[in-house]
Design a protein around this ligand. Structure first.
Ligand code: PAF
Length: 283
């Protein structure tokens, strides 16, 4: 595995692949890798000749300075995991590589209502920060395909929109959520839960699974009330939002007939840790 710690090293590695006519799959990450990330690497190695991963904790997508400061950083373990899983190239830039002009007055993207709902409403500026770094990484890596986890459902919608707006020649491949054995969606932030919070956090996905069953016989509003009340009844959990939305524009639906594919998305504060998850109601 080639480890590139600056843009020049990355350019050289990518040029070599391109010269050999190899297809490139890209898995952008912020490190603290877990089985969810590895599923993306595996998908990329299965579909592309060369797999490139990036590890960069992107400061401009954090709206909460404490979240940025406490974001887990496990570079040595991450590199070992990537190597074991046949990643070919890993790009580990410094902040100055990604933001040579500094982090003030950066470009501004407009994703319309996609960025004003759910995560966008509760994390102002977050998706603009994601779009800035993803666009810069896509320009550097020049991949054929990029793999993103469906846990960040709204992020996938934003990235697809970014690719369309900027006419980037890349295919975005959303990949299924990977869960712990008790159903908790894998997340780099899970390691920040206390042992007790970790046990209680399983109620997030358990409630979403129960809601999926309930949706067959209950209205959208009833399912919403159920999810919010059930999660809030768990002492360590506090729902920030739960919404049931169509999968394209991410707008709230009022009835199960409002869209062909309907997804329930939740953000929950578990002590000091904020977790998100989602389930598909109709597909
Ligand atoms: O999903 C993530 O880990 C990040 O938002 C991403 C896509 C790597 C951009 O920093």
């Amino acid at each position: 595995m080639i480890i590139c710690t600056n843009k020049n090293a990355l350019f050289q590695a990518i040029d070599k692949c391109k010269a050999q006519g190899k297809t490139i799959g890209f898995v952008p990450t912020m490190g603290a890798l877990h089985a969810g990330h590895i599923s993306l690497i595996n998908r990329s190695t299965a579909e592309c000749d060369t797999t490139v991963a990036s590890i960069f904790v992107n400061p401009v997508q954090f709206n909460n300075p404490n979240d940025l400061q406490t974001y887990p950083r496990t570079l040595e373990t991450d590199l070992a995991l990537l190597e074991t899983n046949n990643c070919d190239i890993v790009f580990v830039p410094q902040v100055e590589d990604m933001y040579p002009e500094g982090m003030q007055n950066l470009e501004h993207y407009n994703f319309g209502t996609l960025e004003t709902v759910m995560e966008g409403a509760f994390r102002p500026g977050h998706f603009n920060g994601v779009a800035i770094v993803v666009k810069r990484l896509f320009d550097l890596v020049q991949a054929d395909k990029a793999f993103f986890g469906d846990k960040d459902f709204q992020q996938v919608a934003i990235v697809k929109q970014l690719v369309q707006q900027c006419t980037i020649p890349i295919q975005i491949i959303p990949c299924p959520i990977v869960r712990e054995s008790d159903g908790l969606a894998m997340s780099s932030r899970n390691v920040r839960l206390t042992a007790d919070e970790r046990i209680q956090a399983a109620q997030i996905s358990q409630t979403l699974f129960a809601a999926q069953k309930m949706a067959k016989t209950h209205s959208v509003q009833e399912v919403k009330n159920f999810v919010i009340q059930t999660i809030n009844a768990v002492p360590a959990l506090e729902v920030e939002y739960f919404d049931i939305v169509d999968d394209t524009y991410l707008q709230s639906v009022q009835s199960w007939d409002d869209a062909e594919r309907i997804v329930g998305c939740v953000a929950v504060n578990v002590g000091a840790v904020r977790l998100i998850d989602n389930v598909v109601f109709l597909s």
